[in-house]
Design a protein around this ligand. Sequence first.
Ligand SMILES: C[S@@+](CC[C@H](N)C(=O)[O-])C[C@H]1O[C@@H](n2cnc3c(N)ncnc32)[C@H](O)[C@@H]1O
Length: 505
Amino acid sequence: MALSKEKRQFGDFQTPDHLAQEVTHLLKQRYQLSPEMILEPTCGTGAFIRAALRHFPTAHILGRDINPSYIQDAQQSLVNYPDAHQVTLQQGDFFTIDWQGLLSKLSNHILILGNPPWVTSSELSRLNQQNLPAKSNHQNRRGIEAITGSANFDISEWMLLQFSQWLPPQSGILAMLCKSSVARKVVNQVQRNQSQPFSADIYIIDAKQHFNVSVDACLFVFRYDSSGDCLCHLYSSLDAPISSGAIGERNGILVRHIPQYDAWSHLIGQNLTYTWRSGLKHDCAKVMELEPVSEGQFINGMGQTYDLESTYLYPLLKSSDVGNGRTQNYRKVVLVTQTYIGEETHLIENIAPKTWRYLLDHSERLNKRKSSIYKNKPFYSIFGIGDYSFKPWKIAISGLYKSLAFQLISPLGDKPVMLDDTVNFLSFDNQAEAEFVLELLNSEPAQSCLDSMIFWNDKRPITIDILRRLSLQAVAQELGLLDLYTHWAKAIHVNRQGQLELGLF
Ligand SMILES: C[S@@+](CC[C@H](N)C(=O)[O-])C[C@H]1O[C@@H](n2cnc3c(N)ncnc32)[C@H](O)[C@@H]1O
């Protein structure tokens, strides 16, 4: 279903009544809540207002929304509710309301309830809309993000963080529908900023069923609690009786399954010899990726056939090939214009004139690439390229697929294979070494350790950061293969006499 620009700007997905009722029922039953005050900061047409009235009829209920007609609709929907006098609804913009002042005047037994807008700051910029907080150093973002102010965050993340700061300790509770990734970020941020213990739960909801959108969404319940364990307990649905895991912080990172992670935490460490990389980035598949049709002839993404030298063409495996284990053959080749980042490209003209002509033919499209990384770089630049790209053997895994299936990639057509930028890989000079490292990665300890850190419902669950946390040396030690590891990695290890030793090969 296509949403109007306005609906997208306001992240406008009204909660169906039955879901709001289910959520408030859960809050009453499981958390034994009896709030004196309920606040719905972006109440829309009022599903949570009605649900709150039904389950907590003695509470005072405050609702706000930016859209005056929603406030009107919500008001009208209360006419048959005998306790409607408990409700005050007003039009207001979240970002200009003095919530802190308002909260300080309200009862401490407060429930902040609702479903804040589902929209990100960059989506708003794309829509050229202003439904944003005044620029703040949200989340203390450092580096480029903070300098450029280009950090992409969910509006609801910002709202939830604000409320988490103002929530009265011991007696306030936050219960909101949001993306699971937003809930996790809020937990992570609270862990960093607050010294107070807290309790948090995530109940997965089916956003497709309730909102007709494919989003990993949840009910997030958060409160400060002197006996809280500072973990975020995960429930597979609103009526799941027991939690299926606990998300928490370890060494400054958010971990999906704390007990599982703790069991394998001795495998966490740095890899000095083996470095995970992401594949090639060119941002212009129509030009840079071609299908071989016959000897020396290639067809690009616009259906144009060209006669090209093979010098700059390499077999390409995309995420879908790697994710589906289709690694023995290739369907496409990719134009690799540089061997390292920033390398001058004009040499191509002499070495491979037909390839140069092809690039010239498409220079307009290539020069229009949006990302700022291409600015002030040689023409036809690519990224994610270096010595490692040209090594013959690779172990690759798609970042997009929901399984820890590492693939051994051999050279194809006598050339090293290139991978796209959603694939993570290690590269090797030697087949036997690659096979050995594959054995380590496919072992139960490595798989279980990595699995404990991966948020499988994320769009890109297998990130390079997660892969880099696993120490292959520690895995080899765990499996009793340290000697072999040292042999291949030429790593220093401690021998049985307690002396430092360099691996032999
Ligand atoms: C995801 S909808 C949910 C509405 C309602 N909470 C519910 O559960 O049905 C988000 C709501 O946020 C409102 N909204 C968006 N931006 C807002 C802002 N800056 N201030 C107040 N409300 C806003 C929209 O009008 C919309 O009703």
